[in-house]
Design a protein around this ligand. Structure first.
Ligand code: ZN
Length: 62
């Protein structure tokens, strides 16, 4: 998803998923329906925690 904030500025939104147990974090492209604190999945890295969205941010594409 790409949207325009100002003229000539294109924001490319990203989502950061993080485990609440081992804190492993993963950045991926934002998809429709993402929101902060949304539970994604069980963590496959530590098999203990839960992956949830910790941050959503936009990057300016040059
Ligand atoms: Zn984990």
């Amino acid at each position: 998803m790409i949207f325009f904030r100002k003229k000539q500025e294109i924001i490319d939104p990203y989502t950061v998923e993080q485990c609440d147990s081992c804190n492993i974090a993963k950045k991926r492209k934002f998809v429709e329906g993402d929101y902060v604190f949304k539970i994604i999945d069980k963590c496959s890295s530590c098999n203990n925690g839960q992956i949830s969205i910790s941050k959503i941010f936009g990057e300016v594409v040059k």
